[in-house]
Design a protein around this ligand. Structure first.
Ligand code: SF4
Length: 386
């Protein structure tokens, strides 16, 4: 059984909905936010008291939405509640997602003082025209001001989220954007390619679709990200995540390494041992229903599923292979009592032969060629057992 766990706190509020966003997030009034934060604290307290054996917590992640939309005291109350109810490791990573346009010097100072030690800033682009098109609420200049204030407050671990493949974005423009972020020397950079999600304004917009870079340009942006970041001393530790040595996000790594986590708040998902068996389950995604009953026993949660040995094996493969270090063959065998080559004989031999996967000593990982088609490869690891 696992020895440590992580906590995710979902703050679903944003100032305004971005044009590409399909996350569980929405604009909210002050009163609604107050009730939500109260419900959240209740959920944390009830969950902790309901569990006899809580694991030591190695990371806490405030995600959203836009957690930085809240007054810092609200975040501090939740963090104190976690400290009170859980065994938070002394050097735990405590991250907060923050969006320019909701930040100022006072807030940043307050976050740092309350013990938040990692800031993840949703920048997405440094081109003001693109930012406006995306429906973001900030400019590049506001971001830079926030970034400098965060450094002045004491933050030594900052992530910047970027996006490529944006409508109207060119390869040279993207390169310039990336360079201007590199000039700031953040410890961590995530860069994801835009995906048009159903139900978003972008999805419905024919003009936006016409403005998207073609597939080849999109690929080039993706490769440029890797090239420029590696040149600047970053290590790629996951398909879309890069960090300076020692600064990989512990919380994300935990997720890909199947460390148990409890998610608190609207729609938050969890992966946690219940009665000795690992299970996945989710919170209520409807705000009024969540506010009515913020705590529900684990077994009654949405999509409650005890993981079978087969689904654990599948997850081990497709989550583990997202990491550039891949998976340990020995560890797999120790956990499941069988060598992966026996279960995945056909898939593995074909991908290894064609150069999509590679084995070095004990580790199996994606090659560059494999990363380019990783979604297809992961699918094969899922289908083969069923
Ligand atoms: S700030 Fe983030 S969560 Fe909020 S609407 Fe924009 S993309 Fe979605």
């Amino acid at each position: 059984m696992p020895e440590t766990m992580e906590i995710y706190i979902h703050i679903p509020f944003c100032k305004r909905k971005c044009n590409y966003c399909d996350f569980l997030s929405f604009p909210a009034a002050g009163k609604q936010m107050d009730s939500y934060m109260e419900a959240l604290r209740l959920e944390i307290a009830r969950t902790a008291r309901d569990k006899d054996q809580l694991l030591p917590v190695r990371s806490v992640f405030f995600g959203g939405g836009t957690p930085s939309i809240l007054p810092p005291a609200q975040i501090e109350n939740v963090l104190s509640q976690i400290r009170k109810e859980f065994d938070l490791e002394e050097d735990a990573e405590i991250s907060l997602e923050a969006n320019p346009g909701t930040l100022d010097r006072e807030k940043l100072n307050a976050y740092y003082k309350m013990g938040i030690n990692r800031l993840s800033i949703g920048l997405q682009s440094t081109d003001n025209v693109l930012l406006k098109r995306l429906g973001r609420i900030h400019t590049k200049e506001e971001f830079i001001c926030n970034y400098e204030d965060a450094r002045a407050a004491g933050f030594e671990n900052i992530n910047i989220d970027l996006m490529s493949g944006l409508p109207g974005q060119t390869l040279s423009g993207y390169q310039e954007e990336l360079q201007s972020v590199l000039d700031l020397k953040p410890e961590h950079i995530s860069s994801y390619s835009l995906i048009l999600e159903e139900g978003t304004p972008f999805y419905e917009d024919a003009t936006i679709k016409r403005m998207l870079p073609d597939e080849e340009t999109d690929r080039k942006m993706y490769h440029k990200t890797k090239e420029m970041l590696l040149e600047n001393g970053y290590e790629r530790y996951e398909i879309s995540n890069y960090a300076l040595p020692g600064k990989a996000c512990r919380h994300n790594l935990g997720y890909w390494s199947r460390i148990p986590y409890l998610g608190f708040g609207l729609g938050a998902s969890s992966y946690y041992p219940v009665d000795g068996q690992l299970a996945r389950f989710s919170n209520e995604p409807d705000l009024s229903l969540y506010l009515e009953a913020p705590f529900v026993s684990f077994g009654e949660r949405k999509d409650y599923e005890v993981l079978t040995r087969n689904s654990m094996i599948e997850e081990y493969m497709f989550l583990g292979l997202r990491k550039m270090e891949g998976i340990s063959l020995r560890d797999f065998e120790e956990q499941f009592g069988i060598h992966p080559y026996i279960i995945y004989k056909n898939v593995l031999s074909s991908y290894l032969k064609d150069g999509y996967l590679c084995i070095k000593e004990d580790r199996l990982f994606l090659t560059e060629k494999g990363i380019d088609v990783s979604d297809y490869i992961f699918r094969d690891f899922m289908l083969v057992i069923d």
